[in-house]
Write a protein that binds this ligand. Structure first.
Ligand code: SME
Length: 171
């Protein structure tokens, strides 16, 4: 069955987040594989916001972040914790907003058109299990509203899905 979402792109970013959060809650189903669930989240976010150029998950195994479900251009497949924006967020377990990726020491450029980025950690039972990474082709695309709503979305994901499955998948 095709899952469809409805989003009015004329809404403000805050209104779009408020519209998609219940739809993400509805789509997540822990009886289905985590990869399928995370894939749908990337699709909803990418469809909802014109300002996003890349949306994806990096999933943690043994201190490395592995490319998971994503929408956008092909990206680097492995990032060490501590490297780049994703690795920095994984290390501190904090959301990082980068207004200009060129000014972030060690930024890993997967798409030369990428100008700004936000990375939100995924934490389950006090343990890091991955990050949500979103890029934009415009400078300073992300603000505290994006941080707040994307953290809510990541919390919903870690409350609904069991990330222990990731260890089996990332062999
Ligand atoms: N820019 C990220 C790497 C992943 S891509 O943006 C998809 C980083 O510096 O960690």
């Amino acid at each position: 069955m095709a899952e469809s979402i409805s989003i009015d792109k004329n809404l403000s970013d805050v209104d779009i987040y408020n519209a998609i959060i219940p739809q993400i809650q509805y789509l997540l189903n822990n009886d289905e594989p985590i990869i399928s669930n995370l894939s749908n989240v990337t699709a909803v976010l990418m469809e909802a916001f014109n300002k996003f150029s890349w949306v994806g998950f990096y999933l943690l195994k043994e201190n490395k972040l592995y490319l998971g479900p994503f929408q956008g251009k092909a990206a680097c497949t492995v990032i060490n914790v501590g490297s780049g924006v994703c690795g920095a967020s994984a290390q501190t377990k904090d959301t990082i907003i980068v207004d200009d990726v060129n000014s972030f020491p060690g930024h890993i450029a997967c798409d030369s058109f990428s100008k700004s980025e936000i990375v939100v950690p995924l934490i389950q039972n006090d343990k890091l299990c991955g990050v949500l990474d979103i890029d934009s082709h415009k400078y300073a695309s992300f603000n505290l509203h994006d941080k707040m709503y994307l953290e809510i979305i990541c919390r919903i994901i870690t409350e609904k899905l069991n990330f222990n499955q990731i260890n089996e998948i990332l062999k």
